[in-house]
Ligand binder design. Sequence first.
Ligand code: SF4
Length: 151
Amino acid sequence: MRILDEKAELELEHDVLESKMESKEEKKKRFVCVVCPMGCAIDTKYADKDGEVKIKEVSGAECSRGKVYAELEVTKPVRTLTTTMRVIGGKKKLVPVKTSKPVPKNKIFACMEEINRSRVQAPVYVGQVLIKNIQNSGADVIATYEVEAWN
Ligand code: SF4
């Protein structure tokens, strides 16, 4: 009987320790959903173990699109990058550009640096691909405005 009590005690201690570890790994983030003008406040709980993120709970979203948005913000945040690129021989010195699709948030600075280092020869046309597959993100950098050549 005594052995059984000790075993039960040990199991209980193990469970308490495990739940303490879990709660240490559990993180929380709150987002304002930007998918529609309602702007719901969405709360997420997730576990981040060595960079492996697992969603545990999403609450506050009024619809499933918001839930998907919050899950992606936690697990794989992405952004569409809009900026300008220098133009050589054009009537304007800069051309507005954007990525053809959202890029991982952790590649944004590297993408910005590459765009800042780059130059494009005028003329530049709307939709022209200026950098293909920037930083291996799968997105191209495209011109969103026209710049005529200076001649
Ligand atoms: S959760 Fe749904 S209703 Fe709320 S802001 Fe996002 S998209 Fe709109």
